[in-house]
Each structure stands twice: as C-alpha cells, then as structure tokens.
Write a protein that binds this ligand. Structure first.
Ligand SMILES: Cc1ncc(COP(=O)(O)O)c(C=O)c1O
Length: 420
C-alpha cells in the first residue's frame, strides 16, 4: 500500500486557500532522503549529489536540497540561470547538456559550472565559445545493450546503442588527450545508461564499468580522473508491489567496486558524483486533484480537474502513477475506472481500468510520486494552465512555492501581436 503524506482533513483545509489541482511536496521527506543519500556515500570524502534540476525546477525545492549539501545538474541556459540566482557557485553546478548551443557553454563556464561534454566535436565548439576550462568532464556511451546484475541472472535494462548521448571509448581516449593538450587539468567521467532502475545493482554495475574505464584512461592517456559521475537512473517504486531501492546498500555496492578497481590502480582520490532527480524527489510530491465529473458509456470514467498539463508521464509513455482516494483508503477497490483529464487527447488518462473505491464527485484524489518529472514536464495544450506548487513544511504549515498560471501568463508572449 502507498500511503499519502497528507490526509483528507489536511487537503480539505489546504484546498480552501489553494484550489485544486496543485502539486504538494513533503519537506521532511525530501530532507530525510537527502541525508540518507549523503550517508550512503559518506565513505567517499569528495561525494556530491548534483540534483537534476530538470526533474523539479522550483527554487524552494532547490534551496532545501542546497541546505542538504546538494549541487545542481543543469541541462539548459534557464536551469543555469536558476542555479546562479539561488547562489549555487563554482563547483556546485554540473552542466550535463547535449546538442548544446555555444553561448550556453560560455554561460556555464562563467558560472564555474563543471561542463560535461556530450561529444568529441564539442571540444572545438567549447574552445571557440569560451576556451577550455581547467575542470572538464566527458560523457561515455558504451553502445550495445546495458545489462545489470540482478540476483544471479542478468537482465537487459536499456540500449545505449540507440541513445544519442555520449562518446565511444576510442573517442574518450582522444578527447582526454586533446583536452589535456588544450590546458585542462582536472578531469571527470560521466555516464547515464539506464533510467528508473528499481534495483540496487544498477549503480554498482555502472560504477564497475566506469571505474575499469578510468584505469584504462590512465594507462592510455596518462590522465588520472578526479571524479566519476554516476548520473541519474536510480529509480522509485511507482507501483505499490515494487520493492524500493536501498540507498545504503547501493552506496556500499559502489564502495566495493571502488576498493576492488580504483584503489589498487592508485586512483583512490576519485570523488563520486551523482545527479539524481527521480530518487531525490518523486515520492515526496503528490498531484492533488478533485473528481468533478463521472461518465458512464462503454466504460466508467471519472473526470478530474487535473490533466496531462499537470502530469504528462501517463499520457506520454503510459507510466503508472498510484492513486489514493482520500478518506477512502480502507474501502474496497471494487470499481474499475478510467481517470481522465480534460484535454482533447484520448491519452489524457491518469489511470486506465484501475480498480479503486467508489469515487463520488468532490472526492480528492492523490496521484503519487509526482515530485520529479511531474510539474516540470507540463505544457499548455488546449490553453490549459499549469497549477500552483505547495510545500508541506517540516512544522506542518503549508506555503505556496509557485503560483498557478493565469490567462495573462498564457497571453503574455502575444502582447503586441494581436494586430500583427
Ligand atoms: C543528464 C541527466 N542527468 C540526470 C538525470 C536525472 O535522472 P533521474 O531523474 O532518472 O535520476 C537526467 C534525466 O533525464 C539526465 O538527463
């Protein structure tokens, strides 16, 4: 069973001030998890989590993570600007972007962000845009399929061979050699090979690959890496029957690979970086919405006041998000519903054929695990507007951390063009 971090009474009281739909985040949960993450890697003195801003680009959330020792991982100019405005500075920002405009490299360098090069041709783009910084990182793509050790057997997790990211091994050797010749002094290695892994073996398996590669890089190019970034990909159990990842076991697994591979190769000074989004935030966000319509045709539909504008994952790739009908947690799930939003798209459904308690108009629904890649993915199709974001503070109070969009926001980019 998934238990919401808010009760029906709380939501009824919050909704008097902030109408549904809204996203709400649990400060206590975010802090607890960030501390568990830090503890899991405390064996590595240089460890740092660079939170993937794309997952939840909300200043109040980034500020909480900053207080917990995290940096940011940015993929665009606006994410860099947000990090800058929140006081993240030299060494606290990773810039892991791809297909990068040259001016964004220049902006990142000005901020002292660690630039993670996605491609060997970007060395020249970076050199011409702003010169090669002293600290630089390269992204690796091993090609083929990525397999992960899983309880004795091996399971296929993802296909880097089809992914647009990163450099081949040969390109990496060439890149480090060139970057050294161009004046770089501190080097890192990065790879993101599987997404939303609910499996404690992902990071240790990836670490084994990257640590062995680090040894090869040292032998082939003379470059001793200063840091290895395991990137994102540690997942969360969206489904109630999935076993959550154990971050302490994951940290221990990475440590074992470190001691087995890097220490004997004289690379014991390597810092471990991560740039998780989902694991840091997803479970600590709910999309709260109200049942506003019911419809009985060939199927039973419940229409809610949220839509794919507020949470796109189910519409985009059929992602499962658990739903709790507040106040009916203990009632039998004996009704089969499609829970829909209002978009003129038949995939605007938060759940299909989902067994839930009987839903009445006015019931509040919590859509779980929306704290990462939730609000952030929203768009404005059908002229629908993005919701507010609220924070359930550690002391139990609630504050608004982003207001809802208004029609004026929607029309703002048309100002001056009505007569054009
Ligand atoms: C470069 C990079 N780093 C980190 C992340 C965060 O991934 P996750 O939220 O799965 O941890 C992403 C997500 O798309 C990414 O593209």
């Amino acid at each position: 069973m998934k238990k919401p971090f808010v009760t029906k009474d709380q939501i009824e009281s919050i909704a008097k001030q902030y109408p549904t739909p809204f996203h709400i985040y649990d400060e206590a949960g975010i802090r607890r998890n960030a501390r568990a993450m830090r503890d899991a890697f405390s064996w590595n003195p240089g460890f740092k989590e660079f939170f993937a801003v794309k997952a939840t680009p909300t200043p109040a959330i980034l500020r909480i993570l900053k207080e917990e020792g995290c940096g940011t991982d940015c993929s665009s100019l606006t994410e860099l600007m947000m990090s800058e405005r929140l006081g993240f500075s030299t060494g606290e920002i990773m810039f892991s972007s791809n297909d990068t405009p040259p001016e964004e490299f220049a902006y990142a360098k000005k901020l002292g962000a660690i630039i993670n090069l996605d491609d060997i041709t970007h060395i020249d783009v970076l050199k011409d845009a702003c010169g090669i910084p002293e600290t630089i990182c390269c992204r690796f793509n091993p090609g083929g399929v990525f397999e992960i050790a899983d309880t004795g057997a091996y399971s296929v997790m993802d296909t880097p061979g089809d992914a647009k990211y990163g450099m081949t091994k040969e390109q990496l050797f060439e890149a480090y050699t060139r970057l050294k010749d161009l004046g770089a002094k501190r080097f890192g290695l990065h790879a993101f090979l599987a997404s939303n892994t609910v499996n404690n073996a992902y990071y240790p398996t990836l670490a084994g690959i990257l640590f062995s590669l680090a040894v090869e890089i040292k032998e082939k190019t003379g470059v001793s890496l200063s840091f290895i970034n395991l990137s994102g990909g540690v997942g969360v159990p969206y489904k109630p029957d999935q076993e959550p990842n154990d971050i302490a076991a994951i940290g221990q697994g990475v440590k074992e690979e470190f001691e087995k591979i890097l220490v004997p190769a004289g690379l014991s000074d390597v810092s471990i970086y991560t740039e998780l989004g989902r694991f840091m935030l997803a479970p600590y966000g709910h999309l709260v919405t109200k049942a506003v319509h019911e419809k009985h045709i060939y199927k039973e539909y419940i229409g809610v006041d949220a839509c794919a504008v507020n949470l796109m994952r189910p519409a985009m790739y059929g992602a499962y998000h658990h739903i709790t009908v507040l106040g009916k947690e203990n009632e039998p799930c004996d009704h089969k519903y499609d829970v829909t939003g209002s978009l003129c798209e038949n995939n605007d459904k938060f759940a299909i054929d989902r067994m839930l308690p009987k839903i009445d108009k006015g019931d509040y629904l919590v859509i779980h695990d929306t704290g990462a890649h939730g609000f952030a993915m929203g768009y404005n199709y059908n002229g629908r507007l993005k919701s507010a974001e609220l924070l359930l503070c550690e002391d139990g109070s609630v504050k608004e951390i982003r207001r809802a969009e208004t029609p004026e926001d929607y029309f703002a980019t048309l100002e001056g063009y009505w007569e054009a």
